[in-house]
Each structure stands twice: as structure tokens, then as C-alpha cells.
Design a protein around this ligand. Structure first.
Ligand SMILES: *Cc1c(COP(=O)(O)O)cnc(C)c1O
Length: 360
């Protein structure tokens, strides 16, 4: 472990959360207490994500939510419009194509956010059953406005699928106001837990499509509609992970949502201003589209990514590289959840400054 970890996930797990993994719980198949714990987690997540929708909490890493939600509402041949401005947005389009869907992509640069009018034109022309989008594109550090895309989904009667894995809990996400039918979250980003839960907010419209579709599989959403009421889940759940989720969501609500969101915004603004002082160029074209949970910047002039990474690690600091077309060109500072701390980000920026001053 590095003293200054500013990786974009999985993020550092604070000791309070680690403690629940030391407890020996009963069987989640049998105990009433487990079902009550699940219900409370779902209700706390609903508050954090501003939704009255039921929340499915599945055992597995975040990608489980991305795959399971696609497979649960779609059949091969269905039309999917992927709104894409980064690795995950284009990737979700690829996933739908691999599942046999007819996919159209309304694409933007990795350093941009989607432009709603272009999305509207594409949606009206293509008439998809599902529109997919990504709130925070973690590999490129952008945060896309979603409300208008949600309105477009209503206009064309498409379901709205949103990956907010790396923003939910650290940035305002308004599932109901933004008409999100399938909202996807993972445990290892802002919630600062191990990568073992996949959460999906599911609207009534989406539940009815899921029922009609009748997809079965480990990742299927259908059993989560009434599984808790009937105390019958499709597999043995992970009590430790659920106890962690209960505490992580409670910590967010106790701190207060607006305090949590402003803490993220503040450390992100600080991080960007220090980078500017060091003449390190941000990757997104404009500061106002930068995500409060992760900062993506260009690898400093005169450095290679491996050399830069090594120099930081030698001084006890870990950051992230990037993926796809940004690999080797962009590095990322993750300041979400447990890592959205003023002292930690300040330490990190001091190390970065020293590394740049001393040179290779
Ligand atoms: C982290 C993340 C996921 C989950 O992906 P992993 O690479 O398996 O961690 C999905 N979507 C986004 C936007 C993410 O940041």
C-alpha cells in the first residue's frame, strides 16, 4: 500500500469499514436480520441517489450491474442507442453489440461531454428501446449532465440506462428527476468498500420490461423485484459486504449529502488549481465538465507514463494511468470517497510538484 493513494478505484477502505469484515455473521439465507439489513441499505441508497425506485443489490463486482441490466431488459435484435464520450460509454455500446443488439452510437470526444441536441436527433431517427449513458467517465475525468438526456428518453419512450459507478455518492445524482430507469453503482468507488457489490436502481417501467423479457442467469435482475419481501434470493448473499454497505451509506448520510458533495467539489477544485500552477494540462477541454471524483490530466511534457508513475511511487504515491486511446497519455488522480480528503490531496500534490521540479 502507498502512503498517498490517489487511484481512481478501488479506493482505500477506511478502518471503520474494514472492521465489519472481521465479524462472524449468521447465514444470509436464513436470518430475518439479513433481510432487514438489505432493506435498510436499499433505503439509504435511495436517499443518496434521490429515488423512490427499488434498488437491487447483487453480489459481484460493478460490471455485473452493467451486464445484468442490459441482459434483463433487452433481447437480441433490440435497438440500443449508446451515448458515448469515453471508454465506458463506447464500451457499453460494444457490450450491447456482443449481446446481439442493433446498436447505434452517438459519439463525442473523450475530452467532451454529450451534446443533448445531437442525442435527440439520433434518438428520434433511430427510435431505440434503450439509451445508455455514463455519468462520470472515470478514464477521462468528465462528468456528463444527464437531465436533458433523460427527458429525451421520455420523448422517444426509451428506457434510460446510466452508469454512475464512479460518481454516485460523491456527486449529486437525481435518479427520479433525471428519469433514470436503470442506475448502476459499484461498491469500490465513492462508497470505499471492497469490489463485491453491484447495485441497480430499477424504475417501475424497467421492472415491467424485465418481467416481460424473463431473462434468467446469475446477473438477472428479475429475482430482486420481490426477493426481499419473500425472503428468497437467487443465491447466498454476502453479509459482510452488506454490513459494509450499510455503514458506508450511513456515514454518507450522517455527514450530510450536501457536505459530502461539497467536500468532493472542494478537493477536486484544489487538485485542478495545483495542477494548473505546475503547468500540467487537464485532459477535459473545459474545467466545468471535470468530475469532482477524479481528475484526468495529460502526462507532463518530457515524461513517459511509466517513468512518471515510477517516480511518484518511489515517493510513496500511487495514481492511475488510463485506458484505450488515452493509455500512456493521460494519468488520473482519484479523489473519491475515503480519498476525498483535503490533507491527502494536498500531500499528493506536494509530491507531484517535487517530482516535476526535480525532473527525471
Ligand atoms: C469502475 C467503473 C466500473 C466498473 O468497472 P471495473 O473496471 O470492473 O472496476 C464501471 N463503470 C465506471 C464508469 C467505472 O468507473
Amino acid at each position: 500500500m502507498y502512503e498517498v493513494g490517489l487511484v481512481p478505484g478501488p479506493v482505500a477502505i477506511p478502518s471503520e469499514l474494514r472492521a465489519v469484515f472481521q465479524i462472524d455473521y449468521g447465514s444470509p439465507d436464513l436470518e430475518e436480520e439479513f433481510f432487514a439489513l438489505y432493506s435498510e441499505c436499499a433505503s439509504q441508497l435511495g436517499k443518496i441517489l434521490a429515488t423512490r425506485n427499488r434498488v437491487a443489490i447483487q453480489s459481484g463486482e460493478g460490471m455485473l450491474a452493467l451486464w445484468g441490466a442490459l441482459k434483463s431488459v433487452l433481447r437480441p435484435g433490440d435497438k440500443v442507442l449508446a451515448v458515448a464520450n469515453g471508454v465506458f460509454g463506447y464500451g457499453i455500446g460494444d457490450m450491447a453489440r456482443q449481446l446481439g443488439m442493433a446498436v447505434d452510437v452517438v459519439g463525442f470526444g473523450y475530452d467532451e461531454v454529450p451534446e443533448p441536441q445531437q442525442v435527440r436527433d439520433a434518438a428520434q431517427r433511430f427510435r431505440p428501446r434503450l439509451i445508455t449513458a455514463v455519468h462520470c467517465e472515470t478514464p477521462s475525468g468528465t462528468l456528463a449532465p444527464l437531465q436533458e438526456i433523460g427527458e429525451i428518453c421520455r420523448e422517444v419512450e426509451a428506457l434510460f440506462y446510466v452508469d454512475f459507478v464512479s460518481s454516485g455518492g460523491g456527486v449529486e445524482v437525481r435518479v427520479d428527476d433525471w428519469f433514470i430507469d436503470l442506475g448502476l453503482l459499484g461498491s469500490q468507488k465513492v462508497l470505499s468498500l471492497p469490489p463485491d457489490l453491484a447495485m441497480v436502481t430499477v424504475s417501475e417501467h424497467a421492472w415491467s420490461v424485465i418481467e416481460e423479457n424473463a431473462y434468467v442467469g446469475y446477473d438477472a435482475l428479475a429475482p430482486w423485484r420481490e426477493g426481499i419481501e419473500h425472503q428468497l434470493l437467487p443465491y447466498t448473499h454476502n453479509w459482510h459486504a452488506m454490513a459494509g454497505l450499510h455503514l458506508a451509506t450511513k456515514m454518507i448520510l450522517d455527514e450530510g449529502l450536501s457536505a459530502v458533495f461539497s467536500r468532493h467539489a472542494r478537493v477536486a477544485a484544489y487538485c485542478r488549481s495545483r495542477l494548473r500552477e505546475m503547468s500540467v494540462e487537464l485532459f477535459p477541454v473545459e474545467e466545468k465538465i471535470c468530475s469532482p471524483t477524479v481528475t484526468a490530466a495529460k502526462v507532463p511534457v518530457g515524461w513517459t507514463w511509466p517513468g512518471f508513475d515510477r517516480a511518484l511511487r518511489e515517493r510513496g504515491m500511487a495514481v492511475g494511468g488510463s485506458y484505450g486511446p488515452l493509455a500512456g497519455k493521460v494519468f488520473r488522480l482519484g479523489h473519491m470517497g475515503s480519498q476525498a480528503r483535503d490533507d491527502l490531496v494536498e500531500k499528493g500534490m506536494n509530491i507531484l510538484e517535487e517530482v516535476l521540479r526535480r525532473g527525471r
